[in-house]
Structure formats: C-alpha cells, structure tokens
Design a binder for this molecule. Structure first.
Ligand code: FES
Length: 106
C-alpha cells in the first residue's frame, strides 16, 4: 500500500502531518487522528469538508457533485472523497467553504 505524507494547514497557522493511504480518504485519516475537520454528507454532495490543495495531487473517488469545474481548477477538493496520489499540502478549516462560495450577499 502506498502512503503519502499530508500536511494540513489551518488559517490560524496550525499545521498537522498525517499519513494517508492511497485507498483512504483524507477525511478518514483526519478522523482516525482525532483532528476536528468539518464534514456533513460524506458523499461529495455538500462541500462542508472542502479543503484547498496547494501542493501535490488528490483524486476524487467519485465525481465531486458539490464542486464546479472552476473551483477544482482553483485547487478546491472534497476531503470526504479525496484520496492522495502524492505528498500534499492542503488548506483546511471551516473558512475554506466560505471562501470557495461566491455570493452576491457577502
Ligand atoms: S462531507 Fe459533504 S461533500 Fe464532503
């Protein structure tokens, strides 16, 4: 089994390193390490678990229904269905989803 080193970066400067297998989602690994990342549906439909990939390669197990193409091009990923294909750096935390969604009411 291939395992990758994932660096999780919160916006307050906190970082954590975890090992994630290629057949494991990033969110599963964070839950196994008692790291409190937000999540909802666990199926790629709500975007509560969104993170932003800044280094490396992730793949989604299934089409990420809660992401538009342009959001994926900006590096956003759904960590409940995202598996690593290389070592990665990922920005995480509740504010990532808010940053990802542009609304005219902000
Ligand atoms: S928890 Fe809903 S998309 Fe990941």
């Amino acid at each position: 089994m291939t395992t990758h080193d994932i660096v999780l970066e919160w916006q307050d400067g906190q970082t954590e390193h975890i090992s994630v297998d290629e057949d494991e989602t990033v969110l599963e690994a964070t839950r196994a390490n008692d790291l409190g990342l937000p999540f909802g549906c666990l199926t790629g439909a709500c975007a509560t678990c969104a993170g932003r990939l800044t280094v490396g390669d992730l793949t989604h197990q299934r089409p990420p229904r809660a992401l538009k193409d342009y959001q994926q091009q900006q590096g956003y990923a759904l960590l409940c269905i995202a598996e690593p294909r290389s070592d990665c750096h990922i920005e995480v935390g509740a504010r990532i989803q808010a940053e990802m969604i542009v609304t005219p009411w902000k």
